[in-house]
Every structure is written in C-alpha cells, then in structure tokens.
Write a protein that binds this ligand. Structure first.
Ligand code: ANZ
Ligand code: ZN
Length: 834
C-alpha cells in the first residue's frame, strides 16, 4: 500500500476494468427505471479542450450518481463530424476530410477515455458514418413525402472570382476568404424544411419546459418572434393598392411616409422605368440582410413619386423604397411613424419628413415634442382623432375592428421565424437524396439505394463544391421515368445531423433510423447539458425535428429534452508581449508582482480573464494536466470552484488544491479500522453531508456538493478512531465516487470493498440525524442582546425561562429584581422586560 495515491496507475487500472466489464453499457430491456443523461456531442476538431472536460464531467457526475441511485442510465457519446473545418484542412493540408475527421476522432476518443467518463462507448457513432447519414437521408425523404421539405429561391454568398458559393464563415468583412473579392448576393434554388408550420407549437411547448433555464426559453421565444398586428391596404395614386403590416395600428395617425423593400414588386415595377431607382435597388443589395445589420446600417430611401392615401384622413403619404424594410417579413411594406419607431425616426430625420407625437403618457402631454429619439413606450393615443385618450392596447383593437368592419384590413399574426434553409454547396455533409429530372422534377432516391455515399475520389485544389464537378457521381437515372437525370449536389446543414442524434443513441437498429418503442423507453433526454451558444439554433432545430417526426408518426414525443442545463465557460487570464502578440500561459511567469516572458525575460502585460481561445492563446491543454495530477484532480477542480452555470477561471492553485484533496482522501482511506465506538457528532455530520450532496447533485449544483464533502473530510480528519469514523470514511468514498471515480474505486478496494463502487448503492441518510439536538437561544433584556445559552432542542418555555434567569450576566442585569415580563420563543429567544 503506497503512501501517496498513484493517480496514473489507478486511472489506467480502473478505466481498463470498467471497459472489460462493459460496466456502462445501457440495457434497453432493464427493469430498472431509466435515466438518459446527455451532453452535447463534440465536433472532432483535433483535441479536447477544457470546455469539453467541464461539460462532460458534469454529465458524468450526474450519470454516475443516477446509476448509484438505482437507475439504468444511458450516457452515450459520439461525434458531430461533418462541417467546414474538415474541408479547410483538406484544402490546406491535402488530406481527405474523412481521413482528417476520423483521425481526430481517434485522438479525442483516447483523450476522453483518460478522464474516466462512464460512457456507453458501444453506442458511439459519427454523423459522417455512412450508416448514420444514410438513416438521415431516409428521414429527409420521409419529411419530403410529408410535404415538410420544399424548394425555394434563396440568396447565397457568391465569390465572383473563385466562382463559388461561400459559407458565412468564409466571408470576411464582405470579401471572399481566398480570393479577397467583394462577395455578391446570388439567388439559388435551395432546400428548406418547413419549421414555420410548427412555429406556434414550438412557442407553446416552451411553457412545458420547466426544467430549462428561463433565459434559454426567452431566447427561443424571441427567435420565434410571434407578433399580433394588422395587415391593411393603402390606395395608391397610380390606381394600385399596397398591403402593409404593422404591430402598432394605434399609431396610424402619426404616419408620415410609406416604404417598401428593395425587392418588393412595387419597387421592381418602378425600377423598370427608372434607372435611378434601379441603381438604388442594386446598392441596397450590397449590404447585409440580417435584421441586426439593418438596425445599424444607415437608413436610405428612394422616393418613387407615388403616394398612398391615409385610410382615415385621405392625406397623401410619399411612398419610398427603403433599405431597412425586409421583403420576407410581414408584407415587405410598412407605414412609417417617426415619432414612435426609431428606424422611422432616423429615416424621417434624413429626408425631412414630419415627426409627430401620437402616443403620450396622458392627454395633457399631447403637445410634448418628440426629441432626438423615437418614443416607443405605450400610453394613450393623442393627436389621433377618434382614438384620443384610448390606451395603446385599446386603440390597437379599435383600428383592427374598424379595418375589419370596413373591409380594408384584417388582424394578422406574424412570426419572425423563417423556414430552415438546409442546402449547403459543400462536400463534407450528408448528401441530399434527391435526383433532378427534366420531366419529373425533383424525385426522392429509392430507399433501397440509401445511403447515398459521398464519393471518395474528390479533389480540393479547385474552389467550389467537389460534388458539382465530379465526373460521374452527380449523374443518375430518374427513379420515376428512367431518363438520364442529375443527382442533387447540395449537402445538408450540419444542424440537421445534430437534430436527431439523441434518438439514434437511444435506439440504433441497422435497418432503420431508430426503433420507435425502444427509443421511447429512454426519451425524452432527462438531462441535457451543453453550451449556451446552442441556446437558439441547435435546440430549436432539435425540437422542430422531434415534432416533425411525431407529426409523421415516427415517434410519440413532443419535446426531446426534458431538462436542460447550460454550463459556463472555462476562462483564463490573457498575456500580451510588447508588440501586442498573445502569449500562452506556459510562455510566461510571475516575477514579483509583474509578468515576464520566460524566454528572454521581456515584460509581459497580463490582461482580461477571458474564455479560453486559440486566438488569444490563453488555453490550458487538459491532457498534460491529467498526466500530472490525474483524472480525478482535473474533474474535481472543474466542479469545485464556481457554480456550474458561471464561468470557471482556470488556475494553477485550483488544480493543485484538487490534487491535495485527492491525497487527503487517500490518507483517510488508509487509516486502520478501529475496534468500535460511537461518535455522535461525526455520524450526524455524515448524514447531513449525504443529504446535502444528493440534493446538490440533483440540482446540478456541483460546487455545493464539493463544499459539503470538504466539510465532512475536515470533520473525519479531526475525529478520534471509532467505528463511526470508519463508517464515515466508507461513505465518503461513495459520495466522491461520481466526481473522483478512480480514487473512489482504488480506496474502496483498499478498504476491502467488494465489486465496483460505481455499482454501489448511494448511501441513504436517517432524517432523524438531520435534526439538531442542541440549539443556541439568545437572551435579550429590554430588547438588547445580553447572553446566549445552549439548550436541548425542544426545551419547554418554562425551563428556558428558568435557565435564562439563572445566568450570571442576566442576574446582574436584573440587579436582584424580578423581571416584569418574560417572553420565550422556543429554541430561539428569551426576551426579558426588566
Ligand atoms: C407602424 C409602427 C409604428 C411600427 C410604431 C412600429 C412602431 P415586430 O414588432 O418586430 O414584429 N415592419 C413590418 N414589416 C416590416 C418589414 N418587412 N421590414 C421592416 N420592418 C417591418 O415589428 C413589426 C413592426 O416592424 C411593424 O409595425 C412595422 O412598423 C415594421 F410606432 O408599423 B410598425
Ligand atoms: Zn423522370
């Protein structure tokens, strides 16, 4: 038996033994209650980073804890393996994206294994495995058959020099990343998934997710962006009519212009006979299309010369083409109210249009001018004819009522959510299983031909999509009429791959994407853990695909993730050399109060604590840490310092402290068993710790479980040998087992424990032991604190009064007189009125 815990040997020993015993294989047929714990699967970038270690450690603690609590636990791992970085590597290093990806997977799998995660590796897959993406193609065809997949023209980033479509991340400051050419917008016919059909359900469903962070639900709600408003038509001076959409019909009397999007038919019509209008529209197209970009770019307009008649006053309003109006929201046309909408305010200021107040806190404020910014608060309508004095909500309803009664408009609900464009003009993704036939149109590939595999013989020396220029892969016969046709060369957005992987983990038959009954045994995922950066798209897409699959009868489930937890980041101080270049933590050292560069001794500026990132070089590689301190110390530190939802600052002190704790537990485990004896206080501490650790782990408050375990460890160290102390040590090992599993196994074996501690039953506590048997009562004389006393819990009022009056300090206060009145709050307070 060694004095020091040899983490290296223990890590290896237990990892091998768990693997041999296939201890963490999840049995779908088990009679035990089931628990599905899942962390967001990693992208195989090359090496695991601290963020992975933190994320997977949290999930692992929960998985191991649930296992000890008697659950059959599913805790799988796989790889989100398609995407751009593999293609970039192929271009830069002349390796095939598949070879690069599988090599990375092998490396990272080895690294994950070194952390001792209780994973069911038998269920591992990568989304780039033809078996996986073949099943995804089958699901795509199911959705296609159900009308949930469609084609639509949509804009892409086009590099005019490389003659290729660029992914968003390949556009840097509006220029192609390789050619440096100004990127253009081009329309291409692309594939979409009809997520908008589920917009209302996806919004309503958020209400059932009570084990999700509020902030994530709010982000999803805003993304879906349901708004209630009015669509109505203006009569135009050219005899036509123009439909607009507004969420503020109550501001109609404040409108001073009307505006349409650059690609609105009205704008196109004007441009046909007006070069100036046409070039204005061209200029609009050069800017970005996202709502965020439109908020910030300068508002620009082109006056068409057409006017629109105000629906109540008949007043003519100028009609502009404006760069801040989006074609694909509402009707692509608006009426502008500069007094109460900031974009309209900027626009009106620029073009000298009236800025009128039509909403105010009260009628008396009707004369108050609008300042430098629009006033977007609700209030009462003012300067608005028959609306004057009505609350904003009442006024909205009144306009909708009149528009509907008189037939010029109707109430309408609009969502910000757009259908999901899934076409990517890239190689390293799931091929879309469609064949384009000149006579039959797009036809689904027959199921028996799946998977449609990516061709291996591709080159990346030319820009663009290798699938497009492949000599044979893209040629196919039409499955319907047999004539020569063309295979779709777009691949699927990688978010499709991650929208159903959790179902495949739960059930993975060879011949179909999943087996409904088996998947439903595990799903929904009980606890999902991942980064908040996926709070919107990934989670929304996974929720949508789940509902779409439910819609076509493939699975009976509304929401895929019952519980969600978003963990904080791992951060580190940043360091910069005199020339501004970033230095990594192992290139610098402390010199007194200052930092210097180890090589050369030049002074170094230490900067902000930020998320570990390659660009700022403030990363600490987990593997050397595991080499030096062992997996358990690394895991322990990840859990101990901060609440898991907050950022954790990596520090040498922190990992060293974790290493010392591991050794302390090891020393306790080494203590001789004693021949007997009680220790009431220690037993009580143990039971309290068991209760506290269980509660904290269930609430994913791992730092609190760590703190409770520290306290127990201190108490054991101070206690005299006794049977109670032996029992506390045995139980301490079980309490740390989910967090420091190698140490726990090794110590368990050392102390003669049988089987794996990973299989042991989680210790139970005796509720009676949680109750204090002594309490501190405070004694006040005339409202002032004069003394305290320890009494048995539940001491009667009379006894407490007598004991308090007998105290020397109190007798002194009373100066020999009898108290006028004594009030006793049992277990807490004796209040004496002298
Ligand atoms: C008049 C008005 C007055 C508006 C006012 C707002 C404030 P949300 O609430 O986000 O759904 N709008 C409508 N269609 C648009 C489009 N295609 N492109 C740009 N803006 C558009 O936004 C709805 C509001 O955004 C609508 O209500 C409309 O401006 C504008 F004090 O109409 B509002
Ligand atoms: Zn055909």
């Amino acid at each position: 038996m060694s004095e020091r815990f040899d983490a290296k040997a223990a890590d290896r020993r237990w990892q091998e033994r768990w693997a041999e015993a296939d201890l963490f294989a999840a049995d779908s047929d088990s009679d035990k209650p089931k628990s599905y714990v899942l962390e967001m699967f990693p992208y195989p970038s090359g090496r695991i980073h601290m963020g992975h270690v933190r994320n997977y450690t949290m999930g692992d603690v929960l998985a191991r804890y649930r296992r000890m609590k008697g659950f059959e636990v599913l805790h799988p791992m796989g790889w989100d393996a398609f995407g751009m970085p593999a293609e970039n590597a192929a271009m830069e290093r002349k390796v095939h994206p598949g070879a690069w990806t599988y090599q990375n997977i092998e490396t990272m799998k080895g690294q994950l294994k070194r952390l001792g995660f209780a994973l069911d590796w038998g269920r591992e897959f990568a989304t780039c495995d033809p078996e996986y993406y073949g099943h995804e193609q089958a699901l795509f065809l199911d959705l296609f058959d159900a009308g949930l997949v469609f084609r639509k023209e949509s804009e892409v980033n086009w590099d005019p020099v490389d003659m290729t479509v660029l992914a968003n991340e390949q556009v840097i400051d509006g220029k192609g990343w390789r050619s440096g050419a100004e990127v253009e917008r081009r329309k291409l016919s692309q594939w979409f998934l009809r997520i908008t059909q589920f917009a209302d359900e996806l919004l309503e469903g958020l209400g059932t997710l009570d084990k999700w962070p509020d902030k994530v639900r709010l982000m999803q709600e805003n993304w879906i962006g349901k708004s209630q408003g009015l669509e109505f038509r203006f009569a135009l001076s050219n005899g036509e009519s123009l439909a607009v959409y507004t969420t503020r019909p109550d501001t109609i009397f404040g409108s001073s212009f009307v505006a349409v999007a650059a690609d609105h038919p009205l704008a196109q019509g004007v441009a046909a006979g007006n070069d100036e209008a046409a070039s204005f529209i061209e200029a609009c197209k050069r800017g970005g299309t996202t709502a965020a970009e439109l908020e910030t770019t300068e508002k620009m307009g082109f006056d068409t010369g057409i006017t629109a008649a105000h629906p109540f006053s008949g007043e003519p309003l100028p009609v502009y083409i404006a760069n801040f109006v989006l074609m694909d929201y509402g009707t692509g046309a608006i009426f502008g109210v500069p007094g109460h909408d900031q974009r309209d305010h900027e626009f009106a200021s620029k073009y000298g249009l009236p800025i009128k107040r039509v909403v105010a806190p009260s009628l008396e404020d009707a004369g108050e001018a609008i300042g430098d910014e629009a006033d977007d608060r609700a209030g009462v309508a003012v300067n608005s004819s028959f609306l004057d004095g009505m609350d904003t909500e009442v006024a909205k309803a009144e306009i909708v009522r009149r528009a509907e009664a008189d037939g010029w408009g109707e109430g309408r609900t609009v969502f910000r959510l757009r259908d999901w464009g899934v076409s990517r003009q890239r190689y390293w993704g799931t091929p879309i299983p469609i064949i384009h036939c000149d006579s039959c149109g797009p036809v689904g590939v027959p199921r028996e031909q799946l998977p449609i595999k990516l061709p291996e013989d591709v080159s990346f020396d030319l820009p663009g999509n290798p699938l497009d220029r492949h000599p044979s892969w893209n040629k196919a016969d039409c499955p319907q009429c047999g004539s020569a046709a063309r295979r779709e060369t777009d691949t699927l957005d990688t978010f499709v791959d991650s929208s159903w992987y959790f179902i495949r983990f739960a059930s993975q038959p060879k011949d179909q994407p999943f087996n409904k009954a088996e998947a439903e045994k595990w799903l929904p995922v009980g606890q999902y853990i991942g980064g908040v950066e996926h709070a919107i798209l990934h989670l929304l897409y996974a929720r949508f695909i789940t509902r779409a699959l439910a819609h076509i009868g493939k699975i009976d489930m509304a929401e895929p993730f019952a519980g969600l937890f978003t963990q904080g980041m791992v951060t580190h101080e940043t360091y910069q050399a005199g020339d501004g270049s970033w230095l990594s933590p192992d290139e610098v050292q402390k010199n007194g109060e200052d930092w210097i560069r180890i090589e050369g001794g030049e002074p170094v500026k230490s900067g902000r604590v930020e998320k570990m990132s390659k660009s700022k070089k403030n990363v600490v590689d987990p593997i050397p840490i595991v080499d030096q301190y062992g997996a358990d110390a690394a895991r322990w530190f990840m859990l101990s310092d901060s609440p898991p939802e907050r950022d954790l600052e990596w520090s040498l002190g922190g990992i060293e402290g974790a290493g010392r704790f591991v050794q302390r537990v090891w020393r306790l485990a080494n203590s001789e068993r004693s021949s007997g004896g009680e220790d009431k206080a220690l037993s009580q501490k143990l039971h309290r710790t068991i209760a506290a650790v269980g509660e904290a782990v269930e609430g994913l408050q791992f730092n609190k479980s760590v703190a409770a375990i520290y306290e127990l460890t201190n108490a054991i160290e101070k206690a005299q040998p006794s049977a109670a102390r032996d029992d506390a040590i045995d139980n301490l090992l079980k309490l740390i087992a989910p967090m420091a599993p190698h140490l726990a196994e090794e110590a368990h074996a050392l102390r003669g424990g049988t089987g794996y501690i990973a299989d042991a039953e989680w210790p139970s506590f005796d509720a009676a032991m949680l109750v204090d048997d002594e309490v501190t009562m405070v004694i006040q004389v005339n409202g002032k604190l004069r003394d305290k006393m320890q009494v048995a819990a539940g001491t009667s009022k009379d006894d407490a009064e007598a004991m308090a009056l007998a105290l020397p300090k109190i007798q002194e206060q009373l100066g020999g007189n009898a108290p006028r009145k004594v009030i006793v709050v049992p277990d807490r307070l004796v209040n004496i009125v002298a």
